[in-house]
Design a protein around this ligand. Structure first.
Ligand SMILES: [Fe+2]
Length: 308
């Protein structure tokens, strides 16, 4: 990962840094001079002014200033699994930016995993199946666990929610008060810039086998298989083998690296070439996030949907 220390003003050449980013897909700025949400947004805009809202949420966030969000709100003692942002959807940011506003904690590193290296860990058969079928995600909302549909879609209006589902290729149905959502997403992606293929899905994050055998079994006992708050399948609806999910998690664990934060650091990540996550922490940690260069993958998602 290339590191630019902006205490040395001569290091700051937007074009040169953008070229470096195109090559490596990840750049860390030290001493960025960013001090708040507004200056963070301004910094990002120097490189990429196509800033995104966060819709069809998988995790709770607050918008701190236009287009600037806090990082995922998730219990501090738990690790956030590695993921490509919004890869479960038909729209995703091509880039994700993190800015360290405050850091005074044990742990709390941002974890990074190369989406190329994880792909290289998979068998040819597995790669082919992920490429042709992708992943089907299922969420059941209203069971007092996980986010409400109002938070996921950022509206209180059912009609508006249904419109957003249609736009994002999500099938929805109601079972009493419970909302059931199912959608297909990609398994792998070809990068529009370098034309290379990468892992691009959230099967490890959505599948309950990732939570460990005991938690998985408790969820099954409590909700029943058909009503798990979130789970996923092969794109044709077949179940993933638990062992496969465990193997993928073991590979991710082997490959991942940690980014240790200092106040004022800023990390620019190609969302297709790298997954990100978070180590557990104890103390004070404020990381802000901006997502840029929205990509509509409807055509791509529709093409794998036809494999069913
Ligand atoms: Fe994320």
């Amino acid at each position: 990962m290339k590191i630019y220390d902006l205490n040395n003003a001569q290091d700051f050449d937007v074009n040169e840094i953008s070229e470096e980013f195109k090559k490596s897909g990840i750049v860390l700025f030290k001493n960025s001079g960013v001090k708040c949400a507004t200056t963070f947004r301004e910094f990002v805009s120097l490189f990429d002014d196509d800033l995104m809202d966060y819709i069809y949420r998988s995790s709770p966030r607050n918008e701190l200033s236009k287009f600037v969000y806090n990082s995922t709100i998730y219990p501090e003692h738990k690790e956030i699994p590695l993921h490509n942002e919004n890869s479960y959807s038909s729209k995703w940011p091509q880039n994700i930016w993190f800015y360290c506003h405050e850091i005074d904690c044990e742990g709390g590193e941002t974890t990074i995993c190369s989406s190329k290296e994880i792909l290289n860990e998979l068998s040819e058969e597995l790669r082919n199946r992920l490429r042709s079928q992708g992943v089907r995600y299922k969420r059941v909302m209203g069971g007092m666990v996980d986010l409400s549909w109002q938070e996921v879609f950022q509206t209180e209006d059912k009609k508006e929610m249904e419109k957003k589902c249609d736009e994002l290729l999500i099938k929805y149905s109601w079972d009493g008060d419970k909302l059931i959502l199912e959608n297909n997403g990609l398994g792998l992606i070809t990068h529009p810039g370098n034309k290379q293929e990468y892992w691009f899905n959230q099967l490890n994050l959505f599948h309950p086998a990732s939570l460990g055998k005991d938690v998985h079994q408790s969820l099954l006992n409590y909700f029943g298989e058909g009503n798990l708050p979130r789970t996923c399948f092969w794109g044709n609806g077949e179940k993933f083998d638990d062992g496969l999910v465990e193997d993928i998690n073991a590979s991710i664990e082997k490959i991942k690296t940690n980014v240790k934060w200092n106040k004022g650091d800023l990390l620019w990540v190609d969302n297709l070439r790298f997954m990100h996550g978070r180590k557990p922490f104890k103390g004070n940690r404020k990381i802000m996030v901006v997502m840029t260069s929205e990509f509509s993958g409807k055509q791509l998602v529709n093409s794998i949907g036809n494999e069913n």
